[in-house]
Design a protein around this ligand. Structure first.
Ligand code: PLP
Length: 407
């Protein structure tokens, strides 16, 4: 099925605006995606119509809100090809999902000398939580190296993932380079030594179909706001037995069965890991976002973005002075590049003047930048509503910006 790009663009109201007198070209989707009308309507519907608190309420609005929240959980489960919606934990985003595993599983399980393996291209949110746990437990964080193209070295991985490995925490798609990692192969290495596997799916879910079981992971994290949904909502999926092995983290309402001063007993999953009033509107909005993606056809989204990526790479390669960063054969959603001798922010600021939104800097992946010998990149990142015209505008604006900068 092809995509009706005109209709898709018309359903994303933020696209229909001018920035500095020019039609907006939004290529900062890796940071966050613009929101389609059904998501905005879902948020508005909750706040305008039934913004009651969930669970335990006996009145009609509370029942409606609870039903909508739990329907959103089922939407997420279906989207990730998960059968048991109790395995879907709502969090604030990928960062909180990873910290949840770090605090409830790693911190109570790991001992001195145990190893947590991450890759050289992780987002800080898949590095720092493990460093914090390592500092407390005496565990060690080890790093899977990558080559100059941004491809992980599987031979080195086979040496690093070993008897001491307790956890492999790896990004499915790099936000800084666009590399699609061979997660299943890495997971097989981790499984062979009895380690758990966590996949950072923040940049995977927005770009097409995801089946968490295909990764053979124990945990999978993603953010609503990068997936056309609201900010402040995200997901941790875990295999039931992996989630059962997680202790409690935040204590409070909703996560208990019974509280007394003599002792407290805890609720079943998913409530045990969702203390306090959840981001009800956020979850409902996320459900709407995932249904919107599905209504477009997930494979068609992936195919469209793959075409855009090939088109964009070809355009950028023709611009003298630009150097692509991240040239893995398998990529999704991201075109990163540098102009030698020019600060990425200067290019980003000039592009903004032409109405083009890109991100510049280290993209919260400082170790990856350091490995490649750069301080940051200019990153154009794609969503389903982008077009070849967007990329033509980017290329044209880049040529002008580089002339102005004398590059
Ligand atoms: N992991 C990756 C690969 C990301 O791209 C991001 C955000 O850029 C995150 C994790 C953190 O996501 P959030 O800030 O939504 O928690």
């Amino acid at each position: 099925m092809g995509l009706d790009l005109q209709a898709i663009r018309a359903s994303v109201p933020a696209l229909a605006q001018q920035i500095h007198g020019k039609p907006l070209v939004y290529l900062d989707n890796g940071a966050t995606a613009l929101k389609p009308q059904p998501v905005i309507d879902a948020l508005l519907g909750y706040y305008a119509g039934y913004s009651a608190n969930v669970h335990r309420g006996v009145h009609t609005l509370s029942v409606r809100a609870t039903e909508a929240l739990e329907a959103a959980r089922r939407d997420v489960a279906a989207h990730l090809c998960v059968q048991d919606d109790c395995e879907i934990i709502f969090t604030r985003g990928t960062t909180e999902s990873i910290n949840l595993v770090a605090q409830t599983w790693a911190r109570r399980t790991l001992v001195a000398g145990d190893e947590i393996v991450v890759s050289a291209m992780e987002h800080h949110s898949n590095i720092v939580p493990w460093q914090l746990v390592a500092a407390e437990t005496g565990a060690v964080v080890r790093v899977l190296p990558m080559d100059d193209r941004g491809v992980l070295d599987l031979t080195a991985a086979a040496e690093i993932i070993g008897d001491k490995t307790r956890l492999l925490a790896v990004v499915a798609v790099s936000n800084a380079l666009g590399t699609v990692n061979p997660v299943r192969k890495l997971a097989a290495m981790a499984r062979a030594v009895g380690a758990k596997v966590l996949v950072d799916g923040a940049q995977a879910v927005p770009h097409g179909a995801v089946d968490v079981h295909a990764y053979d992971a124990d945990f999978f994290a993603f953010s609503g706001h990068k997936t056309y949904g609201p900010t402040g909502i995200g997901v941790l999926w875990g295999r039931r037995e992996a989630l059962e092995a997680c202790g409690t983290w935040h204590g409070g309402g909703d996560m208990i069965r019974s509280v007394s001063f003599e002792g407290t007993t805890f609720a079943e999953l998913p409530a045990r890991l969702e203390a306090g009033t959840p981001h009800i509107a956020g979850a409902i909005g996320l459900g709407a976002a995932l249904r919107w993606m599905q209504s477009l056809d997930l494979d068609a989204i992936a195919a469209h973005e793959a075409d855009l990526l090939a088109y964009g790479h070809a355009l950028l390669r023709e611009i003298p002075g630009l150097r692509p960063i991240g040239e893995a054969p398998q990529k999704a959603g991201v075109m990163s590049f540098v102009v030698d001798g020019v600060h990425p922010n200067d290019v980003g600021t000039l592009l903004d003047g032409y109405g083009i939104a890109v991100r510049t800097g280290h993209h919260c992946a400082e170790p990856a930048m350091r490995r490649l010998g750069i301080s940051g990149t200019i990153r154009a990142s794609l969503a389903v509503y982008n077009t070849t015209e967007d990329l033509d505008r980017l290329a044209e604006a880049l040529r002008r910006a580089l002339r102005l900068l004398g590059a």
